[in-house]
Design a protein around this ligand. Structure first.
Ligand code: ASP
Length: 301
């Protein structure tokens, strides 16, 4: 019973902005098809969510890896995490600017270090020691993000990717053996203060997976997802309160909203149910349920 869901961020596009972006749809469909093929080949959920997120990082349309948003100093500061539902092993990195794939670095933290979360220079040093590819920070920067930063500086705002409503990327999967995994990667918020950390790299907030309950990847106003412990909240509602995935995910998102948080999440539970709720206007997403068909969605349709 293989299942897959991925997202390319949630947001509220400026009035009049084009919502239906065929390029984004095509990228989501292509990457979901690749993830699905891996699952069909019998690859583990962890392998698949890492691969899917790495492909999304490499796609300049989304706010992760190449095309990540810039902080107030004009630098990409990237966050990522991955979690394996089999053992609840997890790894996260925050504030990295030189690791070519933050999600691969997060997986190295999970599997090749005794720790769970690494920051900045120490994270990059670990990646270097383990032979992971490094790049100059300019590698991640695209013109569109420089323009967005200039606009954010002019208005003094720290924003989700409003204009185009694409952002953070994430994936959740259930493999043929019934194991769950989740992974998320982001540039965070445009014009964020250097050193700011969002929900993405924090297990239990933006990323969580436990074979006993569900795998979750979130996107939106990170501070609110951290305060709601959104990922863990979904796990706890299923495990301790006996809720189904749909109610648990909606309740966690409502909790985020109570703090004026906007965004969405994708989740798959141990029985293979898939949910993709969001409270913003859009969430770029693709998913595969029992019929094995890749579906893509942007708006609430
Ligand atoms: N959640 C991310 C953060 O707060 C941003 C996003 O999802 O767009 O860093």
């Amino acid at each position: 019973m293989i299942r897959l869901a991925l997202h390319g961020g949630a947001g509220d596009p400026a009035p009049g902005a084009a919502n239906d972006q065929p390029e984004h749809r095509a990228a989501l469909a292509r990457i979901a098809a690749e993830g699905l093929a891996w699952l069909k080949q019998g690859r583990s959920a962890v392998d698949v969510v890492e691969r899917v997120v790495e492909l999304l990082e490499d796609c300049p349309l989304f706010n992760a890896g190449i095309g990540a948003v810039l902080n107030a100093d004009g630098v990409p500061e990237l966050d990522a995490a991955i979690m394996d539902g089999r053992s609840r092993a997890g790894g996260g990195v925050t504030g990295v600017s030189r690791s070519r794939s933050p999600v691969r670095l997060a997986r190295a933290v999970m599997e090749r270090s005794p720790h769970v979360l690494f920051a900045g220079l120490g994270a990059e040093a670990l990646g270097r020691e383990l032979g992971l590819p490094e790049v100059d920070p300019g590698y991640f920067i695209i013109e569109e993000r420089v323009r967005q930063l200039e606009q954010a500086r002019r208005t003094g705002s720290i924003v989700l990717d409003h204009d185009a409503a694409f952002g953070t990327v994430g994936a959740v999967a259930r493999d043929a053996r019934g194991h769950l995994a989740a992974s998320t990667s982001t540039g965070g918020l445009t014009n964020k203060r250097p050193g700011r950390v969002g929900d993405t790299p924090i297990l239990g907030a933006g990323t969580y997976a436990d074979d006993r309950s569900a795998a979750v990847s979130c996107t939106g106003t990170g501070e609110c997802f951290i305060r709601a412990a959104a990922g863990f909240q979904i796990h706890a509602r299923i495990t301790y309160a006996g809720q189904d995935l749909k109610s648990a995910a909606q309740a966690a998102l409502d909790d985020v909203r109570e703090q004026n948080g906007r965004g969405g999440l994708i989740a798959i539970d141990r029985d293979g149910n898939v949910v993709l709720p969001f409270n913003s206007h859009l969430m770029y997403r693709a998913w595969v349920e029992a019929d094995g068909v890749v579906r893509v969605g942007l708006g609430p349709d």
